[in-house]
Design a protein around this ligand. Structure first.
Ligand SMILES: Nc1ncnc2c1ncn2[C@@H]1O[C@H](COP(=O)(O)OP(=O)(O)OP(=O)(O)O)[C@@H](O)[C@H]1O
Length: 297
């Protein structure tokens, strides 16, 4: 078992209360950091004897608005490039997510988990019909653990004052370090994401435990902390293309794809230490995704 799986499993088991099930576990990390990998390995480990727990895994990607909802969001905000297509806060169906998490918490009936198929509508994606062909969470009794993973899980809105400070400070520095096109990002679009994040707090309220995968800042010197995210995401795309006969994004497309997510980390990605006090596990990863530090905060 890799150290990240071992450390995350220990953190989950420490917090698993025999009287209160399911335990809601959030996993956050940047693109290509290994959230899906960690979620899958954790599920396998926790389900195996002697633990034999009942574990379901869900991605925030499966909560995207259906295709028509994504189109209507983009059309009603034609100048907001961050809402052109899925990905950012605002492109998920938060109410649908709240109903789903509520039903899992109540545990009184079986539930089909949603699936978002990214290949539909020429790559724009759509939610698949909930017709019984998706993964089913068999209830009652309640499952033991729900793992919910996503790049922006747990992100918090910030004050207008903080938004302005970051815009003129750290954001300008990241634009330069990562050679981002400044014209691609507008303060009002980041402000719109900030407003919509307020709605997401009700989703985060469900979670008992938080696990965050973070790049190692000590190895980056003058570089941006986020440079490694490009490397991870590129590796992931190359690996996928090797296995599917070459279908996927070019290296330039991967760069542009990751660019769109950088404001999320810079503006909203700080760990909410009050919300996750003693329930937050931060795993710091080197470029090879090896854990170089683990901290419960
Ligand atoms: N600990 C690890 N050991 C070996 N390979 C790993 C590890 N973690 C992740 N990987 C590999 O790295 C790639 C990216 O991992 P994964 O798809 O889990 O990332 P992700 O954070 O879910 O990305 P995204 O947000 O883009 O979906 C995959 O090819 C995965 O197999």
């Amino acid at each position: 078992m890799t150290p990240s799986v071992q450390l995350a499993a220990q953190h989950i088991l420490r917090n698993l209360n025999t009287n209160k099930r399911p335990l809601f576990v959030a996993i956050q990390g940047p693109q290509g950091s290994g959230k899906s990998y960690l979620s899958k390995r954790l599920q396998e480990h926790l389900q195996s004897p002697p633990l034999s727990l009942r574990v379901a895994v869900l991605s925030i990607d499966d909560l995207y608005r259906p295709h028509d909802g994504l189109v209507s969001l983009a059309e009603t905000h034609p100048h907001n490039s961050l809402w052109k297509g899925r990905g950012q806060p605002g492109t998920h169906d938060v109410n649908f997510g709240l109903e789903l998490l509520s039903a899992i918490r109540t545990g009184s009936q079986s539930i089909e988990l949603p699936r978002f198929d990214k290949s539909l509508f020429a790559g724009e994606g759509d939610r698949l019909p909930m017709d019984g062909t998706g993964p089913i969470v068999e209830q009652p009794p309640s499952i033991d653990v729900l793992i919910f993973e996503g790049w922006c899980v747990g992100f918090s809105p910030i004050s207008e004052e903080e938004l302005q400070l970051r815009w003129t400070g750290i954001w300008q520095s990241e634009l330069h370090k990562l050679q981002l096109n400044p014209n691609s990002f507008r303060l009002q679009d980041i402000r719109a994401i900030n407003s919509t994040l307020t709605l997401y707090l009700a989703l985060w309220d469900f979670f008992d435990v938080y696990i965050s995968l973070r790049p190692d800042s000590s190895s980056t010197s003058d570089d941006s902390l986020y440079s490694v995210v490009y490397k991870w995401r590129l590796e992931q795309e190359h690996k996928m293309k090797l296995s599917n006969g070459g279908r996927g994004m070019t290296d330039t497309e991967v760069k542009l794809f990751v660019d769109r997510y950088i404001p999320g980390y810079v503006f909203f990605g700080d760990l909410d230490r009050i919300r996750w006090r003693e329930k937050g596990l931060v795993l710091t990863l080197d470029e090879g995704r090896n854990v170089v530090k683990d901290e419960v905060l």
